[in-house]
Design a protein around this ligand. Structure first.
Ligand code: ADP
Ligand code: XUL
Length: 551
Protein backbone atom coordinates (compact mmCIF):
# COMPACT_ATOMS: atom_id res chain seq x y z
CA UNK A 1 0.00 0.00 0.00
CA UNK A 2 1.40 3.48 -0.92
CA UNK A 3 2.38 5.78 1.96
CA UNK A 4 -0.21 7.96 3.68
CA UNK A 5 -3.21 6.92 5.72
CA UNK A 6 -5.55 4.17 4.68
CA UNK A 7 -8.78 5.33 3.06
CA UNK A 8 -12.18 3.81 3.84
CA UNK A 9 -15.26 4.38 1.72
CA UNK A 10 -18.77 4.37 3.17
CA UNK A 11 -21.75 4.46 0.82
CA UNK A 12 -25.35 5.10 1.82
CA UNK A 13 -28.05 4.11 -0.64
CA UNK A 14 -31.08 5.78 0.90
CA UNK A 15 -34.58 5.97 -0.52
CA UNK A 16 -33.87 9.20 -2.38
CA UNK A 17 -30.13 9.45 -2.82
CA UNK A 18 -26.73 7.82 -2.79
CA UNK A 19 -23.98 9.31 -0.63
CA UNK A 20 -20.27 8.51 -0.40
CA UNK A 21 -18.09 9.47 2.53
CA UNK A 22 -14.38 8.70 2.54
CA UNK A 23 -12.37 8.76 5.75
CA UNK A 24 -8.61 8.78 6.04
CA UNK A 25 -7.15 6.92 8.98
CA UNK A 26 -3.74 7.29 10.62
CA UNK A 27 -3.38 4.98 13.60
CA UNK A 28 -6.59 5.64 15.51
CA UNK A 29 -7.17 9.12 14.07
CA UNK A 30 -9.84 9.40 11.43
CA UNK A 31 -11.03 12.37 9.42
CA UNK A 32 -13.54 12.83 6.63
CA UNK A 33 -11.77 13.67 3.36
CA UNK A 34 -14.62 13.31 0.87
CA UNK A 35 -18.39 13.64 1.08
CA UNK A 36 -20.69 13.68 -1.96
CA UNK A 37 -24.26 12.82 -2.69
CA UNK A 38 -26.48 12.39 -5.71
CA UNK A 39 -30.24 12.51 -5.77
CA UNK A 40 -31.91 9.78 -7.84
CA UNK A 41 -34.68 12.05 -9.17
CA UNK A 42 -32.20 14.69 -10.34
CA UNK A 43 -29.30 12.53 -11.51
CA UNK A 44 -31.40 9.89 -13.31
CA UNK A 45 -34.60 11.56 -14.58
CA UNK A 46 -34.92 8.79 -17.20
CA UNK A 47 -36.28 6.44 -14.52
CA UNK A 48 -39.07 8.87 -13.63
CA UNK A 49 -38.78 8.40 -9.88
CA UNK A 50 -40.46 10.74 -7.42
CA UNK A 51 -38.40 10.99 -4.21
CA UNK A 52 -36.72 7.76 -5.32
CA UNK A 53 -39.96 5.81 -5.83
CA UNK A 54 -41.21 4.68 -9.26
CA UNK A 55 -44.59 6.02 -10.37
CA UNK A 56 -47.41 3.84 -9.07
CA UNK A 57 -48.24 2.54 -12.57
CA UNK A 58 -44.96 0.61 -12.47
CA UNK A 59 -45.88 -0.88 -9.15
CA UNK A 60 -49.25 -1.98 -10.45
CA UNK A 61 -48.02 -3.54 -13.66
CA UNK A 62 -45.20 -5.23 -11.81
CA UNK A 63 -47.56 -7.31 -9.73
CA UNK A 64 -50.87 -8.77 -10.66
CA UNK A 65 -53.49 -6.55 -9.08
CA UNK A 66 -53.20 -3.86 -6.46
CA UNK A 67 -54.55 -5.04 -3.14
CA UNK A 68 -55.04 -2.83 -0.10
CA UNK A 69 -52.37 -0.42 1.17
CA UNK A 70 -49.91 1.46 -0.95
CA UNK A 71 -47.38 -0.22 -3.16
CA UNK A 72 -43.97 1.40 -3.40
CA UNK A 73 -41.23 0.09 -5.64
CA UNK A 74 -37.93 1.37 -6.98
CA UNK A 75 -35.44 0.34 -9.64
CA UNK A 76 -32.44 -1.93 -8.97
CA UNK A 77 -31.02 -0.85 -12.35
CA UNK A 78 -31.15 2.80 -11.27
CA UNK A 79 -29.34 1.90 -8.05
CA UNK A 80 -26.61 0.24 -10.17
CA UNK A 81 -26.33 3.41 -12.27
CA UNK A 82 -26.02 5.45 -9.09
CA UNK A 83 -23.37 3.12 -7.66
CA UNK A 84 -21.27 3.57 -10.77
CA UNK A 85 -21.79 7.35 -10.83
CA UNK A 86 -20.80 7.87 -7.18
CA UNK A 87 -17.73 5.66 -7.46
CA UNK A 88 -16.72 7.60 -10.58
CA UNK A 89 -16.81 10.71 -8.40
CA UNK A 90 -14.66 9.07 -5.76
CA UNK A 91 -12.22 7.95 -8.47
CA UNK A 92 -12.09 11.49 -9.92
CA UNK A 93 -11.86 13.23 -6.52
CA UNK A 94 -8.12 13.69 -6.53
CA UNK A 95 -7.77 11.32 -3.59
CA UNK A 96 -5.03 8.73 -3.95
CA UNK A 97 -7.52 5.93 -4.52
CA UNK A 98 -4.75 3.32 -4.41
CA UNK A 99 -4.91 3.87 -0.65
CA UNK A 100 -8.53 2.67 -0.40
CA UNK A 101 -8.21 -0.32 1.91
CA UNK A 102 -11.87 -1.18 2.31
CA UNK A 103 -15.37 -0.14 1.33
CA UNK A 104 -18.71 -0.85 2.93
CA UNK A 105 -22.21 0.41 2.65
CA UNK A 106 -25.59 1.14 4.12
CA UNK A 107 -28.94 0.77 2.44
CA UNK A 108 -32.54 1.49 3.35
CA UNK A 109 -33.86 -1.59 5.08
CA UNK A 110 -36.42 -4.20 4.03
CA UNK A 111 -36.35 -3.68 0.21
CA UNK A 112 -35.71 -6.78 -1.91
CA UNK A 113 -34.06 -7.48 -5.28
CA UNK A 114 -34.87 -10.63 -7.27
CA UNK A 115 -32.03 -12.05 -9.41
CA UNK A 116 -32.21 -14.93 -11.87
CA UNK A 117 -29.93 -17.96 -12.27
CA UNK A 118 -27.59 -16.08 -14.68
CA UNK A 119 -26.68 -13.54 -12.00
CA UNK A 120 -23.82 -15.41 -10.40
CA UNK A 121 -22.04 -15.97 -13.72
CA UNK A 122 -22.77 -12.50 -15.15
CA UNK A 123 -21.67 -10.67 -12.01
CA UNK A 124 -18.39 -12.58 -12.15
CA UNK A 125 -17.55 -11.38 -15.63
CA UNK A 126 -18.90 -7.85 -15.97
CA UNK A 127 -17.51 -6.13 -19.06
CA UNK A 128 -15.55 -2.98 -18.10
CA UNK A 129 -16.25 -1.62 -21.58
CA UNK A 130 -19.93 -1.23 -20.77
CA UNK A 131 -22.01 0.57 -18.16
CA UNK A 132 -22.87 -1.54 -15.15
CA UNK A 133 -26.62 -0.88 -15.37
CA UNK A 134 -26.93 -2.29 -18.90
CA UNK A 135 -25.43 -5.55 -17.68
CA UNK A 136 -27.71 -5.77 -14.65
CA UNK A 137 -31.05 -5.51 -16.44
CA UNK A 138 -30.76 -9.06 -17.90
CA UNK A 139 -30.11 -10.69 -14.53
CA UNK A 140 -33.24 -9.37 -12.83
CA UNK A 141 -36.07 -11.85 -12.28
CA UNK A 142 -38.22 -8.90 -11.24
CA UNK A 143 -37.79 -5.51 -12.83
CA UNK A 144 -38.65 -3.58 -9.68
CA UNK A 145 -37.79 -3.82 -5.99
CA UNK A 146 -40.46 -3.32 -3.33
CA UNK A 147 -39.17 -0.90 -0.67
CA UNK A 148 -39.96 0.04 2.93
CA UNK A 149 -42.67 2.54 1.96
CA UNK A 150 -44.81 -0.34 0.65
CA UNK A 151 -47.76 -1.13 2.90
CA UNK A 152 -49.66 -3.49 0.61
CA UNK A 153 -49.02 -6.83 2.33
CA UNK A 154 -51.39 -6.92 5.31
CA UNK A 155 -52.87 -10.25 4.17
CA UNK A 156 -49.41 -11.83 3.86
CA UNK A 157 -48.44 -10.54 7.32
CA UNK A 158 -51.46 -12.26 8.85
CA UNK A 159 -50.79 -15.51 6.96
CA UNK A 160 -47.13 -15.66 8.01
CA UNK A 161 -47.91 -14.84 11.66
CA UNK A 162 -50.62 -17.52 11.72
CA UNK A 163 -48.36 -20.15 10.22
CA UNK A 164 -45.59 -19.66 12.80
CA UNK A 165 -47.92 -19.68 15.80
CA UNK A 166 -48.84 -16.01 16.12
CA UNK A 167 -47.33 -12.52 16.15
CA UNK A 168 -45.72 -13.05 19.55
CA UNK A 169 -43.78 -16.06 18.28
CA UNK A 170 -42.66 -14.23 15.15
CA UNK A 171 -41.53 -11.22 17.19
CA UNK A 172 -39.80 -13.40 19.77
CA UNK A 173 -37.67 -15.02 17.08
CA UNK A 174 -37.24 -12.35 14.42
CA UNK A 175 -37.38 -9.20 16.58
CA UNK A 176 -40.55 -7.81 15.03
CA UNK A 177 -44.12 -8.92 14.45
CA UNK A 178 -44.99 -9.11 10.76
CA UNK A 179 -44.78 -5.66 9.18
CA UNK A 180 -46.06 -4.88 5.70
CA UNK A 181 -42.80 -3.28 4.60
CA UNK A 182 -40.59 -6.12 5.86
CA UNK A 183 -39.01 -8.43 3.30
CA UNK A 184 -40.76 -11.71 4.17
CA UNK A 185 -44.31 -10.49 3.58
CA UNK A 186 -43.14 -8.78 0.37
CA UNK A 187 -41.57 -12.02 -0.89
CA UNK A 188 -44.75 -13.94 -0.07
CA UNK A 189 -46.82 -11.51 -2.10
CA UNK A 190 -44.48 -11.74 -5.11
CA UNK A 191 -44.42 -15.55 -5.00
CA UNK A 192 -48.24 -15.64 -5.03
CA UNK A 193 -48.94 -12.87 -7.54
CA UNK A 194 -46.13 -13.66 -10.00
CA UNK A 195 -45.35 -17.39 -9.70
CA UNK A 196 -43.37 -17.37 -12.98
CA UNK A 197 -41.21 -14.49 -11.79
CA UNK A 198 -40.68 -16.27 -8.49
CA UNK A 199 -39.78 -19.49 -10.30
CA UNK A 200 -37.16 -17.51 -12.29
CA UNK A 201 -35.69 -16.11 -9.08
CA UNK A 202 -32.48 -17.82 -7.95
CA UNK A 203 -31.45 -15.33 -5.26
CA UNK A 204 -33.35 -12.68 -3.29
CA UNK A 205 -31.07 -9.97 -1.97
CA UNK A 206 -31.83 -7.12 0.34
CA UNK A 207 -30.79 -3.75 -1.08
CA UNK A 208 -27.61 -3.90 1.00
CA UNK A 209 -26.45 -7.36 -0.12
CA UNK A 210 -27.46 -6.61 -3.73
CA UNK A 211 -25.20 -3.54 -3.88
CA UNK A 212 -22.38 -5.42 -2.15
CA UNK A 213 -22.79 -8.14 -4.81
CA UNK A 214 -22.31 -5.57 -7.56
CA UNK A 215 -19.03 -4.53 -5.94
CA UNK A 216 -17.57 -8.01 -5.44
CA UNK A 217 -18.83 -9.51 -8.70
CA UNK A 218 -20.74 -12.42 -7.15
CA UNK A 219 -23.41 -13.10 -4.54
CA UNK A 220 -22.41 -11.30 -1.34
CA UNK A 221 -23.64 -12.44 2.08
CA UNK A 222 -26.06 -10.38 4.10
CA UNK A 223 -25.17 -9.08 7.57
CA UNK A 224 -27.38 -9.88 10.58
CA UNK A 225 -28.27 -6.19 11.01
CA UNK A 226 -30.10 -5.95 7.71
CA UNK A 227 -31.27 -9.58 7.76
CA UNK A 228 -33.18 -8.78 10.95
CA UNK A 229 -35.36 -6.41 8.91
CA UNK A 230 -36.71 -9.35 6.94
CA UNK A 231 -39.04 -11.02 9.49
CA UNK A 232 -37.02 -14.14 8.60
CA UNK A 233 -33.92 -14.23 10.83
CA UNK A 234 -33.67 -15.82 14.25
CA UNK A 235 -32.08 -13.14 16.45
CA UNK A 236 -30.47 -15.54 18.88
CA UNK A 237 -28.65 -17.69 16.29
CA UNK A 238 -28.34 -14.96 13.62
CA UNK A 239 -29.40 -17.51 11.02
CA UNK A 240 -32.54 -17.75 8.90
CA UNK A 241 -35.40 -19.07 11.07
CA UNK A 242 -36.81 -22.11 9.23
CA UNK A 243 -40.43 -21.80 10.44
CA UNK A 244 -40.66 -18.22 9.11
CA UNK A 245 -38.80 -19.07 5.90
CA UNK A 246 -41.13 -22.02 5.26
CA UNK A 247 -44.22 -19.97 6.10
CA UNK A 248 -43.20 -17.23 3.67
CA UNK A 249 -42.80 -18.92 0.28
CA UNK A 250 -42.00 -22.36 -1.17
CA UNK A 251 -38.33 -22.99 -1.87
CA UNK A 252 -37.29 -19.75 -0.16
CA UNK A 253 -34.44 -21.24 1.88
CA UNK A 254 -32.45 -21.87 -1.34
CA UNK A 255 -33.03 -18.35 -2.57
CA UNK A 256 -31.75 -16.40 0.45
CA UNK A 257 -28.16 -15.18 0.80
CA UNK A 258 -26.03 -16.59 3.58
CA UNK A 259 -25.88 -14.52 6.75
CA UNK A 260 -22.35 -13.54 7.79
CA UNK A 261 -21.07 -11.28 10.60
CA UNK A 262 -21.23 -7.55 9.84
CA UNK A 263 -17.43 -7.30 9.72
CA UNK A 264 -17.07 -10.13 7.15
CA UNK A 265 -15.02 -9.57 4.03
CA UNK A 266 -17.56 -10.21 1.24
CA UNK A 267 -14.79 -10.11 -1.37
CA UNK A 268 -12.67 -7.47 -3.06
CA UNK A 269 -13.63 -4.79 -5.57
CA UNK A 270 -14.04 -6.89 -8.71
CA UNK A 271 -11.96 -6.61 -11.90
CA UNK A 272 -14.80 -4.53 -13.37
CA UNK A 273 -14.15 -1.66 -10.92
CA UNK A 274 -10.41 -2.06 -11.17
CA UNK A 275 -10.42 -1.82 -14.96
CA UNK A 276 -13.20 0.72 -15.36
CA UNK A 277 -12.36 3.21 -12.59
CA UNK A 278 -8.78 2.21 -11.72
CA UNK A 279 -9.85 1.37 -8.17
CA UNK A 280 -7.68 -1.08 -6.19
CA UNK A 281 -8.82 -4.58 -5.16
CA UNK A 282 -9.97 -3.13 -1.82
CA UNK A 283 -11.79 -5.31 0.70
CA UNK A 284 -15.55 -5.08 0.50
CA UNK A 285 -16.98 -5.41 4.00
CA UNK A 286 -20.54 -6.75 4.24
CA UNK A 287 -23.12 -4.00 3.84
CA UNK A 288 -25.81 -3.36 6.44
CA UNK A 289 -29.11 -1.50 6.84
CA UNK A 290 -29.29 2.24 7.39
CA UNK A 291 -30.43 1.96 10.99
CA UNK A 292 -27.63 -0.40 12.08
CA UNK A 293 -25.13 1.81 10.20
CA UNK A 294 -26.52 4.96 11.84
CA UNK A 295 -26.07 3.35 15.25
CA UNK A 296 -22.33 3.29 14.50
CA UNK A 297 -22.37 6.65 12.72
CA UNK A 298 -23.71 8.44 15.81
CA UNK A 299 -21.30 6.57 18.05
CA UNK A 300 -23.70 4.34 19.99
CA UNK A 301 -21.58 1.37 20.93
CA UNK A 302 -22.58 1.05 24.60
CA UNK A 303 -25.87 0.29 26.30
CA UNK A 304 -27.41 3.26 28.14
CA UNK A 305 -27.02 5.74 25.33
CA UNK A 306 -29.71 6.20 22.72
CA UNK A 307 -30.06 8.37 19.68
CA UNK A 308 -33.17 10.34 18.99
CA UNK A 309 -33.45 11.35 15.40
CA UNK A 310 -35.81 14.28 14.82
CA UNK A 311 -36.26 14.01 11.07
CA UNK A 312 -39.36 13.74 8.92
CA UNK A 313 -40.36 11.10 11.42
CA UNK A 314 -38.90 10.79 14.94
CA UNK A 315 -36.96 7.66 15.84
CA UNK A 316 -35.46 6.39 19.08
CA UNK A 317 -32.75 3.77 18.77
CA UNK A 318 -30.00 2.34 20.86
CA UNK A 319 -27.73 -0.59 21.48
CA UNK A 320 -28.97 -3.48 23.62
CA UNK A 321 -26.83 -6.26 25.00
CA UNK A 322 -29.72 -8.75 24.86
CA UNK A 323 -32.49 -9.15 22.27
CA UNK A 324 -35.43 -7.92 24.38
CA UNK A 325 -38.56 -7.67 22.26
CA UNK A 326 -41.33 -5.04 22.47
CA UNK A 327 -44.42 -6.78 23.88
CA UNK A 328 -46.69 -4.10 22.39
CA UNK A 329 -45.50 -5.07 18.91
CA UNK A 330 -44.54 -1.59 17.68
CA UNK A 331 -40.77 -1.55 18.23
CA UNK A 332 -38.14 -3.53 16.34
CA UNK A 333 -35.07 -5.39 17.43
CA UNK A 334 -32.28 -5.65 14.90
CA UNK A 335 -28.82 -7.16 15.23
CA UNK A 336 -26.22 -4.45 15.72
CA UNK A 337 -23.04 -4.33 13.61
CA UNK A 338 -21.07 -4.60 16.87
CA UNK A 339 -22.37 -8.14 17.44
CA UNK A 340 -24.94 -6.89 20.01
CA UNK A 341 -28.54 -5.87 19.32
CA UNK A 342 -30.34 -2.62 18.75
CA UNK A 343 -33.86 -1.50 19.56
CA UNK A 344 -35.69 0.97 17.36
CA UNK A 345 -39.05 2.67 17.69
CA UNK A 346 -40.37 4.94 14.99
CA UNK A 347 -42.98 7.73 15.27
CA UNK A 348 -44.44 9.05 12.05
CA UNK A 349 -45.71 12.32 13.59
CA UNK A 350 -42.28 13.90 14.02
CA UNK A 351 -41.26 17.08 12.19
CA UNK A 352 -44.47 16.67 10.30
CA UNK A 353 -46.53 17.30 13.44
CA UNK A 354 -44.26 20.11 14.63
CA UNK A 355 -44.65 21.78 11.25
CA UNK A 356 -48.44 21.40 11.35
CA UNK A 357 -48.57 23.28 14.66
CA UNK A 358 -46.03 25.82 13.41
CA UNK A 359 -48.06 26.47 10.26
CA UNK A 360 -51.38 26.76 12.11
CA UNK A 361 -50.09 29.79 14.01
CA UNK A 362 -47.89 31.22 11.25
CA UNK A 363 -44.80 30.75 13.44
CA UNK A 364 -41.18 30.76 12.30
CA UNK A 365 -38.84 28.32 14.07
CA UNK A 366 -37.69 31.30 16.16
CA UNK A 367 -41.30 31.93 17.23
CA UNK A 368 -41.61 28.21 17.93
CA UNK A 369 -38.56 28.28 20.20
CA UNK A 370 -39.80 31.40 21.95
CA UNK A 371 -43.15 29.68 22.63
CA UNK A 372 -41.22 26.93 24.40
CA UNK A 373 -39.31 29.55 26.38
CA UNK A 374 -42.39 31.38 27.68
CA UNK A 375 -44.49 28.34 28.63
CA UNK A 376 -43.89 26.28 31.79
CA UNK A 377 -42.85 22.60 31.85
CA UNK A 378 -45.98 20.50 32.22
CA UNK A 379 -47.93 23.13 30.26
CA UNK A 380 -50.30 23.64 33.24
CA UNK A 381 -51.89 20.29 32.54
CA UNK A 382 -52.70 21.01 28.91
CA UNK A 383 -52.04 18.08 26.58
CA UNK A 384 -52.15 17.40 22.86
CA UNK A 385 -51.98 13.89 21.41
CA UNK A 386 -50.36 14.66 18.04
CA UNK A 387 -51.71 12.16 15.55
CA UNK A 388 -51.92 14.50 12.58
CA UNK A 389 -51.03 11.59 10.27
CA UNK A 390 -51.43 7.81 10.72
CA UNK A 391 -49.11 6.86 13.56
CA UNK A 392 -46.79 3.86 13.81
CA UNK A 393 -46.30 4.10 17.60
CA UNK A 394 -48.85 3.43 18.90
CA UNK A 395 -50.58 2.06 15.79
CA UNK A 396 -53.22 4.59 14.69
CA UNK A 397 -54.71 4.08 11.25
CA UNK A 398 -57.32 6.88 11.35
CA UNK A 399 -55.41 9.95 12.43
CA UNK A 400 -56.96 12.53 14.77
CA UNK A 401 -55.46 15.18 17.03
CA UNK A 402 -56.79 15.09 20.60
CA UNK A 403 -56.60 18.12 22.92
CA UNK A 404 -57.11 17.89 26.68
CA UNK A 405 -57.70 21.17 28.58
CA UNK A 406 -55.98 22.84 25.63
CA UNK A 407 -57.60 25.52 23.49
CA UNK A 408 -56.45 25.61 19.90
CA UNK A 409 -56.45 29.43 20.10
CA UNK A 410 -53.35 29.41 22.26
CA UNK A 411 -50.40 29.05 19.86
CA UNK A 412 -47.66 28.99 22.48
CA UNK A 413 -49.42 26.35 24.59
CA UNK A 414 -49.96 24.21 21.48
CA UNK A 415 -46.26 24.41 20.61
CA UNK A 416 -45.30 23.23 24.09
CA UNK A 417 -48.02 20.59 23.99
CA UNK A 418 -46.83 19.02 20.72
CA UNK A 419 -43.18 18.95 21.80
CA UNK A 420 -43.95 17.57 25.27
CA UNK A 421 -46.29 14.93 23.83
CA UNK A 422 -43.67 13.72 21.36
CA UNK A 423 -40.94 13.52 23.99
CA UNK A 424 -43.22 11.79 26.49
CA UNK A 425 -44.42 9.34 23.83
CA UNK A 426 -40.80 8.50 23.03
CA UNK A 427 -40.00 8.01 26.71
CA UNK A 428 -43.06 5.80 27.28
CA UNK A 429 -42.66 3.70 24.15
CA UNK A 430 -38.95 3.05 24.55
CA UNK A 431 -39.18 1.53 28.04
CA UNK A 432 -39.52 -1.93 26.44
CA UNK A 433 -35.82 -1.75 25.60
CA UNK A 434 -35.15 -1.87 29.40
CA UNK A 435 -32.23 0.44 28.89
CA UNK A 436 -31.61 3.10 31.52
CA UNK A 437 -31.20 6.10 29.28
CA UNK A 438 -28.57 8.42 30.74
CA UNK A 439 -27.33 10.00 27.53
CA UNK A 440 -29.09 10.93 24.30
CA UNK A 441 -27.42 11.80 20.99
CA UNK A 442 -29.90 14.05 19.18
CA UNK A 443 -29.74 14.09 15.39
CA UNK A 444 -31.92 15.13 12.45
CA UNK A 445 -33.10 18.53 11.25
CA UNK A 446 -35.04 19.52 14.37
CA UNK A 447 -32.06 18.76 16.62
CA UNK A 448 -30.93 22.24 15.55
CA UNK A 449 -33.58 23.53 17.95
CA UNK A 450 -32.10 23.88 21.46
CA UNK A 451 -35.44 24.51 23.13
CA UNK A 452 -36.78 21.20 21.80
CA UNK A 453 -33.65 19.45 23.10
CA UNK A 454 -34.19 21.08 26.51
CA UNK A 455 -37.64 19.48 26.75
CA UNK A 456 -36.05 16.18 25.68
CA UNK A 457 -33.42 16.41 28.45
CA UNK A 458 -36.04 17.26 31.09
CA UNK A 459 -38.55 14.58 30.04
CA UNK A 460 -35.95 11.80 29.92
CA UNK A 461 -33.85 13.14 32.80
CA UNK A 462 -30.87 12.48 30.54
CA UNK A 463 -27.95 14.44 29.18
CA UNK A 464 -28.62 15.43 25.58
CA UNK A 465 -25.78 16.03 23.12
CA UNK A 466 -26.38 17.35 19.67
CA UNK A 467 -24.76 15.16 17.07
CA UNK A 468 -23.29 17.12 14.20
CA UNK A 469 -22.80 14.17 11.85
CA UNK A 470 -24.72 15.04 8.70
CA UNK A 471 -25.08 11.55 7.23
CA UNK A 472 -24.77 9.08 10.07
CA UNK A 473 -25.52 6.04 7.87
CA UNK A 474 -22.73 6.82 5.38
CA UNK A 475 -20.27 7.67 8.14
CA UNK A 476 -21.30 4.48 9.95
CA UNK A 477 -20.61 2.50 6.77
CA UNK A 478 -17.14 4.06 6.42
CA UNK A 479 -16.38 3.27 10.07
CA UNK A 480 -17.61 -0.30 9.56
CA UNK A 481 -15.26 -0.60 6.56
CA UNK A 482 -12.40 0.48 8.83
CA UNK A 483 -13.44 -1.90 11.59
CA UNK A 484 -13.81 -4.84 9.16
CA UNK A 485 -10.39 -4.08 7.70
CA UNK A 486 -8.75 -4.15 11.15
CA UNK A 487 -10.45 -7.48 11.87
CA UNK A 488 -9.23 -8.87 8.54
CA UNK A 489 -5.70 -7.66 9.29
CA UNK A 490 -5.80 -9.55 12.60
CA UNK A 491 -5.54 -6.30 14.61
CA UNK A 492 -9.16 -5.49 15.48
CA UNK A 493 -9.71 -2.04 16.97
CA UNK A 494 -12.32 -1.63 19.72
CA UNK A 495 -15.55 0.10 18.71
CA UNK A 496 -14.87 2.99 21.09
CA UNK A 497 -11.77 3.85 19.07
CA UNK A 498 -13.53 3.34 15.73
CA UNK A 499 -16.41 5.64 16.70
CA UNK A 500 -14.40 8.42 18.37
CA UNK A 501 -14.98 10.65 15.32
CA UNK A 502 -18.75 10.15 15.64
CA UNK A 503 -19.03 11.31 19.26
CA UNK A 504 -20.82 14.65 19.76
CA UNK A 505 -18.83 17.49 21.26
CA UNK A 506 -19.01 18.18 24.99
CA UNK A 507 -19.92 21.78 24.16
CA UNK A 508 -23.28 20.70 22.78
CA UNK A 509 -24.43 19.26 26.14
CA UNK A 510 -27.87 20.16 27.44
CA UNK A 511 -28.16 18.88 31.00
CA UNK A 512 -31.52 17.95 32.52
CA UNK A 513 -32.99 20.16 35.24
CA UNK A 514 -33.99 18.03 38.27
CA UNK A 515 -37.02 20.20 39.15
CA UNK A 516 -38.41 20.04 35.64
CA UNK A 517 -37.68 16.36 35.36
CA UNK A 518 -39.76 15.84 38.51
CA UNK A 519 -42.68 17.59 36.79
CA UNK A 520 -42.47 15.19 33.85
CA UNK A 521 -42.19 12.12 36.06
CA UNK A 522 -45.52 13.12 37.50
CA UNK A 523 -46.97 13.89 34.11
CA UNK A 524 -45.83 10.77 32.23
CA UNK A 525 -48.53 8.40 33.56
CA UNK A 526 -51.15 11.06 32.83
CA UNK A 527 -49.87 11.36 29.26
CA UNK A 528 -50.16 7.59 28.95
CA UNK A 529 -53.75 7.90 30.15
CA UNK A 530 -54.39 10.56 27.46
CA UNK A 531 -53.07 8.17 24.79
CA UNK A 532 -55.19 5.33 26.16
CA UNK A 533 -58.27 7.57 26.11
CA UNK A 534 -57.52 8.75 22.57
CA UNK A 535 -57.24 5.11 21.51
CA UNK A 536 -60.62 4.39 23.09
CA UNK A 537 -59.03 2.18 25.72
CA UNK A 538 -59.31 4.24 28.88
CA UNK A 539 -61.29 6.84 30.87
CA UNK A 540 -61.19 10.60 30.31
CA UNK A 541 -57.89 11.86 31.79
CA UNK A 542 -59.23 15.41 32.35
CA UNK A 543 -59.73 15.03 36.14
CA UNK A 544 -56.15 13.80 36.53
CA UNK A 545 -54.90 16.72 34.44
CA UNK A 546 -56.88 19.16 36.59
CA UNK A 547 -55.29 17.76 39.74
CA UNK A 548 -51.88 18.00 38.04
CA UNK A 549 -52.52 21.66 37.11
CA UNK A 550 -53.56 22.55 40.70
CA UNK A 551 -50.62 20.82 42.36
P1 ADP B 1 -35.21 13.75 6.87
O1 ADP B 1 -35.87 12.79 7.80
O2 ADP B 1 -36.04 14.00 5.65
O3 ADP B 1 -33.77 13.47 6.61
P2 ADP B 1 -34.19 16.03 8.36
O4 ADP B 1 -33.51 15.26 9.43
O5 ADP B 1 -33.36 16.72 7.34
O6 ADP B 1 -35.30 15.16 7.63
O7 ADP B 1 -35.11 17.11 9.11
C1 ADP B 1 -35.81 18.07 8.38
C2 ADP B 1 -36.83 18.77 9.29
O8 ADP B 1 -36.18 19.47 10.34
C3 ADP B 1 -37.61 19.84 8.58
O9 ADP B 1 -38.70 19.25 7.93
C4 ADP B 1 -38.03 20.76 9.71
O10 ADP B 1 -39.33 20.42 10.13
C5 ADP B 1 -37.09 20.43 10.83
N1 ADP B 1 -36.35 21.61 11.31
C6 ADP B 1 -35.36 22.29 10.69
N2 ADP B 1 -34.95 23.32 11.48
C7 ADP B 1 -35.70 23.30 12.61
C8 ADP B 1 -35.78 24.11 13.81
N3 ADP B 1 -34.98 25.15 14.01
N4 ADP B 1 -36.68 23.75 14.75
C9 ADP B 1 -37.48 22.69 14.58
N5 ADP B 1 -37.47 21.91 13.47
C10 ADP B 1 -36.59 22.22 12.50
C1 XUL C 1 -37.01 0.97 9.55
C2 XUL C 1 -37.43 1.55 8.25
C3 XUL C 1 -36.69 2.72 7.71
C4 XUL C 1 -35.88 2.29 6.51
C5 XUL C 1 -35.52 3.44 5.60
O1 XUL C 1 -37.74 -0.14 9.93
O2 XUL C 1 -38.34 1.08 7.61
O3 XUL C 1 -35.92 3.35 8.68
O4 XUL C 1 -34.74 1.60 6.92
O5 XUL C 1 -34.78 4.41 6.17
Amino acid sequence: MPSGGRLYVGLDSSTQSLTAIVIEVDGTDARVVFDASLSFDEAFPQYGTDHGVLPSASAQSASAGLRGGREAVSSPVMWADALEAILERVAASGLDVARIAAISGSAHQHGSVYLNADAERMLGRLDPGQMLASQIAPILARRVAPIWLDSSTSAECAEIADAVGGSGQLAHHTGSRAFERFTGPQIRKFAATDPDGYADTARIHLVSSYLASLLVGGHAPIDPGDASGANLMDLASRQWWAPAVNATAPGLADRLPTIAPSWSVAGTLSPYWQARLRLPPARVIAWSGDNPCSLIGVGLVREGRVAISLGTSDTVFGLMKAPRVDPSGTGHVFASPTGDYMGLTCFSNGSLARERVQDSYGFTWTDFSRALDITPPGNQGRVLVPWFEPEITPAVADPRVHRYRLSDNDGAANVRAVVEAQQMAMAVHSTWMSVTIDTIHATGGAAANKEILRVMADVFGAEVYRSTVSNSAALGAALRAWHGDTVAEGTPLPWDAITAIAQPSAASLIAPDPTRHAVYREMLPIYEACEAHALGRGPDPTPALERFARR
